[in-house]
Design a protein around this ligand. Structure first.
Ligand code: NDP
Length: 291
């Protein structure tokens, strides 16, 4: 039997439609238009593609977007000054600094300058702290999207054994916090973890976020497990062309898992939809107070 394919693209489209409808409603009922400011430094091609997608989708949802593109030589202080100016603007409700910032820029100082109530990515220490305390917080977009995909196939996660492979601040750690909040028994693995295949074999939910093409073998996966593949890796397909693959060996994993996200078309589309959701929620909180 092959796994249920969790369609991230369709799920993201449904979320996008709900956001678009709410944005339209807010414009009519409260003359409120959520605004997202995106800061991109330098010419990194991948970052330019990500930022292009984010601003296009924000526009399609009716969210106002403000693009700030700075040359590679921009200093930490210039970025902090820009962030502070955006903090003060009433028409900006979400601020996103596209990472990675060029070498020489202190990215933690830049992120720390963002008003936590406008922190669209949920990377500010205040939001990270609130998430770990179980308090209302803006949650990083990728793990938020992953959680929503897991919920589609496991509505009640209580007591499930979850394995998060990867411990980055943007994916692994917040993912583990969200699973813990949902009463999973959570293990976090990383590059020093011993006996990863055994941990995989014990897990009902497996989230792979390591950035290593097809490193997680299908044979490691517990039969029937839910597999969320965050990895985006570009590989040569053998004929001189490149293609995207995840961190999980999809062809073998799909034969053992109960449900699995494809790459592309799984987690990726959800990340952007969750960014728009975070911006919409920030606009509502700033205007109406906490819900
Ligand atoms: P990082 O490089 O920041 O972190 C990778 C993590 O994986 C580290 O904790 C590292 O361990 C761990 N790791 C590396 N190799 C292994 C291994 N062989 N076994 C176990 N653990 C390992 O990556 P990110 O979290 O930023 O991203 C992970 C992947 O997700 C990338 O492919 C990225 O492109 C993708 N991504 C996709 C997004 C989406 O929207 N779909 C959004 C964000 C990321 P250690 O800490 O010990 O070094």
């Amino acid at each position: 039997m092959t796994a249920t394919i969790i369609d991230g693209r369709a799920t993201a489209q449904r979320l996008h439609a709900r956001i678009t409808a709410r944005v339209a409603e807010l414009a009519v009922s409260h003359s409120l238009v959520p605004g997202l400011a995106v800061i991109l430094v330098g010419e990194d091609p991948a970052s330019q593609v990500y930022v292009g997608n984010k601003t296009r989708q924000a526009q399609a949802a009716g969210i106002r977007h403000f693009d700030h593109r700075l040359p590679i030589g921009a200093t930490t202080q210039e970025l902090i000054d820009l962030v502070k100016a955006l903090n003060a603007r009433e028409d900006v409700h979400g601020i996103l600094v596209q990472l990675p910032l060029p070498p020489g820029v202190d990215d933690s100082a830049v992120l720390a300058a963002i008003d936590p109530s406008k922190d669209a990515d949920g990377f500010h220490a205040i939001n990270v702290g609130r998430l770990s305390l179980g308090e209302p917080a803006t949650v990083p977009c990728t793990p938020l999207g992953c959680l929503s995909l897991i919920r589609q196939v496991i509505p009640v996660m209580s007591g499930k054994r979850a394995l998060v492979i990867g411990r980055s601040n943007i994916v692994g750690k917040p993912m583990a916090q969200l699973l813990l909040q949902n009463d999973c028994t959570v293990t976090i693995a990383h590059s020093r973890t011993r006996d990863l295949p055994q941990l995989c074999a014990e897990s009902d939910i497996l989230v792979a976020a390591i950035g290593r093409p097809r490193a997680i073998a299908g044979a490691w996966i517990r039969p029937g497990a839910v597999v969320i593949d965050v990895g985006i890796n570009r590989i040569d397909d053998g004929s001189g062309k490149s293609r995207l693959v995840g961190d999980v060996d999809y062809d073998s994993a799909v034969l053992r898992a109960g449900a699995i996200t494809p790459v592309p078309g799984g987690v990726g589309p959800m990340t952007i939809a969750c960014l728009l959701l975070n911006t919409l929620n920030a606009a509502q909180r700033i205007r109406f107070g906490p819900t």
